[in-house]
Design a binder for this molecule. Sequence first.
Ligand SMILES: NC(=O)c1ccc[n+]([C@@H]2O[C@H](COP(=O)([O-])OP(=O)(O)OC[C@H]3O[C@@H](n4cnc5c(N)ncnc54)[C@H](O)[C@@H]3O)[C@@H](O)[C@H]2O)c1
Length: 321
Amino acid sequence: MDNRVLVTGAAGFIGSNLCERLIADGYYVTAIDSFTDYYDPGRKRMNLSNIISHKNFELIEEDINSCDIREIISDSRCVFHLAAQAGVRMSWGKEFSVYVDSNILTTQKILEALKENKRTKLVYSSSSSVYGQTDKLPMCEDQILKPVSPYGVTKLSGEHLCELYRINFGVNTLSLRYFTVYGPRQRPDMAFSRFIIAALTGGEIEIYGDGRQTRDFTFVSDAVEANIATMQYDGKETIFNIGGGSRVSVLEVLEILKNRISENFDIAFLDRAKGDVLDTWADTSVAKRELGFSPRIDLEEGIEREIEWYRNFLTSNKQGR
Ligand SMILES: NC(=O)c1ccc[n+]([C@@H]2O[C@H](COP(=O)([O-])OP(=O)(O)OC[C@H]3O[C@@H](n4cnc5c(N)ncnc54)[C@H](O)[C@@H]3O)[C@@H](O)[C@H]2O)c1
């Protein structure tokens, strides 16, 4: 039991990085993922290629909403719940039902399974999108939450459900609010991925808005570290901001890419997307005090690592590997 953990959304960007770290630390990892087609499922298989054959790793290819999750969880010390439909822009309109299924119903199903199982801890992957548009910066865990996208609403619902099951049934839940995570294997719909691919291939970079919006960027290994620290935590706090401490504008990110890759790309400024906030900035003092969280990778180094990963990715794709 002490060495067994479950990771949901294990084939995704953050989930696969977390699984690798858990395997390296000697855990037995059960991984569940339904390989949704939001982006290429082949990429998700590649995400797991380093550990898929490891003796301590088991992959279950199922949708959480249609499998026996109680049985799958049974002897896990911790469930890291990362499975979700991500992406702000697609969350409007008819796709909203996908967000409800993957972000709210999955979470409720896991919480129901944990009602009778108090030994297992649930670490829920939440998001800075729960804050919405606010002038109160940096964002603190206890400020008013007013998400401005349907995606943010579903992530907040998941968080609220965790709190409800903790208070009413004693389920051991904690939530991590990540601020824009980036690094190797980043989802292809995210800004850095789109920018780096365009810069490496001489394409056009599309920016929503005027580029002066700011984000607190978090390198993926720091988000992974926060998950590990949360599994080991037994204090009183239940919600933590996880931000990398590298808050810059999109225009500043472009300058870094110009310096590191080339000036050889066009920029198209598009309308600001509905649901995108102007600024994010994490107050991480609670995570620092309680979890010992201290981001290690700054933006320059983190971007360099993501560029390197994309160079290799594009080369191996070209060679048809
Ligand atoms: N990447 C970020 O910057 C960021 C920021 C804040 C919060 N988050 C949260 O972190 C988590 C991981 O995000 P990511 O960027 O790695 O996304 P991702 O899309 O790469 O990974 C999510 C995985 O969940 C799987 N999945 C979706 N619905 C499922 C279901 N019903 N059953 C089983 N598997 C399912 C998908 O196939 C996918 O592989 C998500 O909960 C997301 O909301 C991410």
